[in-house]
Design a protein around this ligand. Sequence first.
Ligand SMILES: [Zn+2]
Length: 309
Amino acid sequence: MRTRDGAQNGAERSTHAALGIDVGGTKVALRAESAAGHVEEASFAWGPSLGVDRDLARLAACVGELTVRTGAPFRAVGVAMPATVGPDERVTAWPSRPEWTGLELGRALRGLFPAAAVAWADDGDLAALAEAEAAHCDDLLYLGVGTGVGGGLVLGGRLCPGAGRGSFELGHLVLELDGPTCVCGRRGCLQATASGPATLARAAGLRGAPVTFDDLRAGLRERRPWAVTALDRTGYALAAAATGVAELLHPRLALIGGGFAAGIPELVDRVAEHLTALARPGLPALPVAPARLGGLSSLRGAVLLARGR
Ligand SMILES: [Zn+2]
């Protein structure tokens, strides 16, 4: 277990109030923050799943160690989840850990933290919340481009659509009638065109040979037409989705993050160019910039969610 402990003394250790947990497909990260700003962190890799009960036991063990180090039980817990969770609090889909399908998530989390107020939200939503705070922008659209396309929208400093009303599923916004098939089974979703794997597949089709992430990066540096064209389509799709959101809900800024985008700095410029081209006469284009928090955004958002409880 990797840990970070900046404790100065016992009195400070006892003031911990909020715990954030970012439950990823391959690893779990935890961050405890006291009102005084003292921080403790821990993380562990899942490894192959031996079933949801074993997974939850590993999480409980890590939480137990962190609780000992902080010196007090957590009063508020926020959890960032990549899984789709239904209104009945059951996990309906999680491709990375299908063993969790059917889990009563609320009951499981309340069982882990019987003395705390527990809340959970989509990891893209919580990334948006943290990025909005870091950017000092209360009306922000966040687009996370990785294995899929995640996202979140903050309006007036609060998540949209808000607790208990589902997550902001930007990746499944239908952009292209009769477009490529999405992992959800529908055709034309944003992420079927603009995810990392979709971009690499399009580049491979244009090149006539397989394209890895590093191949794409090199191709962009060398201005290879197959690389430039493949990425431009991704930028166009992201800009079209952001423009649609802007027409409806008027965020003041879009930020682009996610693992794929972090390794392809050209992407933000491509999106900006298409946002400008898509702007209607007399209306300014939505400004776009790189996200600031990198892979930490969902974890920081989980802490903010805990603080909001
Ligand atoms: Zn879809």
